[in-house]
Ligand binder design. Structure first.
Ligand SMILES: NC(=O)c1ccc[n+]([C@@H]2O[C@H](COP(=O)([O-])OP(=O)(O)OC[C@H]3O[C@@H](n4cnc5c(N)ncnc54)[C@H](OP(=O)(O)O)[C@@H]3O)[C@@H](O)[C@H]2O)c1
Length: 171
């Protein structure tokens, strides 16, 4: 099973955070929905999932296998709750999905990256600069730099640019 990490970054390379004052671009949200539909699933951190529920966007994904990762919560109605990134992947692999989509937020993305559990990266770069922010971190004990292969790039409209990379785990 292939794992794809999907994230929005700011133009100055931060991990984009959304709020009611700074909502995500429609183009980025539409792109996430398209990837989630294609995969039939997504894996999400407990805090981001609660944010989706609060904003009412959880219902947009009612047909999908939503896997919430949490160490503190054991059950949430309508979704599957697991205790770790590897448990999330085992659950989706056992259900026969060819692809797992990792949708965020920062803590969860960094847990997958630091454990070497990501095969491809899809970054949507939004036309915004952020003063302070979050970063995506790889396994910092193993790598200072890790080269990745550019698979594709395209414009999503309204200044959002998508880059798609593959991570080679053999190097
Ligand atoms: N740029 C983007 O593409 C994007 C996408 C989504 C969200 N966001 C932004 O990201 C922010 C939210 O991210 P966040 O980092 O605060 O929260 P998060 O990653 O959504 O959720 C964090 C929670 O997930 C659980 N978790 C994460 N890693 C785990 C692990 N290895 N094992 C067990 N549980 C684990 C823990 O839940 P428990 O506390 O229950 O143990 C943890 O507190 C918001 O600002 C949101 O706007 C951005």
């Amino acid at each position: 099973m292939k794992t794809i990490l999907w994230a929005t970054l700011t133009g100055n390379g931060n991990y984009a955070q959304s709020s009611s004052n700074h909502p995500p671009k429609e183009e980025a949200l539409g792109d996430f929905a398209a990837h989630a539909r294609k995969a039939g699933n997504f894996i999400v951190g407990r805090r981001t999932f609660e944010g989706m529920q609060a904003s009412g966007s959880g219902g947009d994904f009612a047909e999908m296998d939503i896997v919430v990762v949490s160490g503190s919560v054991k059950e949430i109605p309508g979704v599957t709750v697991v205790g770790s990134p590897s448990d999330a992947l085992s659950y989706l692999r056992d259900k026969g999905y060819p692809t797992a989509l990792i949708s965020g937020g920062a803590d969860l993305h960094n847990a997958f990256l630091s454990q070497g559990l990501v095969d491809e990266l899809i970054f949507n770069i939004a036309p915004v600069l952020e003063g302070k922010g979050l970063n995506l971190l790889i396994d910092t004990e193993k790598y200072q730099y890790k080269e990745v292969e550019l698979l594709n790039f395209k414009s999503l409209g309204s200044g959002v640019v998508q880059v798609h990379y593959a991570i080679d785990h053999t190097i």
